[in-house]
Design a protein around this ligand. Sequence first.
Ligand code: SAM
Length: 274
Amino acid sequence: MPAPAATLYVVATPIGNLADLSPRAQEVLRSVAAICAEDTRHTGQLLSHFGIGKPLVALHDHNEEAMAERVVARLLGGESLALVSDAGTPLVSDPGFRLVRAARAAGVRVSPVPGACAAIAGLSVAGLPSDRFVFEGFLPAKAAARRERLQRLAGETGTLVFYESSHRIAESLADMAVAFGSERPAAVARELTKMFETVLDGSLEQLLAAVQADDNQRKGEFVVMVQGAGDDGEAKIAEGRRLYAKLHEHLPPSTAAKLAAELSGAPRKALYGG
Ligand code: SAM
């Protein structure tokens, strides 16, 4: 007899306020044979708050490849399982991609139980254009790599969404002000759904000043959102400047500016004073 069809449920958990765990998420977590969790202790506490007792399987960045195979074997054997991360939606700057890919490749049904996601929650209250946005997750920790990434994003026209930690919020805002211009509209959403929830908006320069002026504004978890490059001209100039900086490493300034202007469509004057 074939094994009953099993499902891998990808379940979103709260990003702060426990009441955001949906009734369906609770029902699914109660129904499965086991729950794959990023940090079993953390998830154990969440489950015990809801009176849910289930075997937990540790599945994190360091063991996901190996665990995925074992979890898929259980699914193929007919057990339904759930995947959660520490907070919010699994796979969004969180583990789970390899498991979901392996389950799908094995023909297992994978079904979402949607809920909180800090990026979407932040975007929903930022007051920035949200019809097109680019989720960039965490920026590189090293300053040089972070600046290079931001420089590359300077011409992006959709709203940019970043995750940031308390250690680097001020440095990142400072780097963004340099890469995107200090007047670029932005918003910082901190501790969403928690007691000290704060959503600040203003220019990058104003936000940096606000975060520097108050220690409390550097505590907790952050979503940083930056409006995209305004019009076509602004996007072209940002791209032209990025190309000019690269080409200038190997070519004389006037040649680098000519090529960067041609490739980006930006006026040469805007890239190079000569
Ligand atoms: N999977 C999660 C989601 O769906 O949002 C994100 C996990 S990622 C490892 C954690 C980051 O998300 C934090 O460093 C912070 O940037 C952001 N974040 C999580 N909870 C947040 C909250 N309550 N308020 C603001 N940002 C939050």
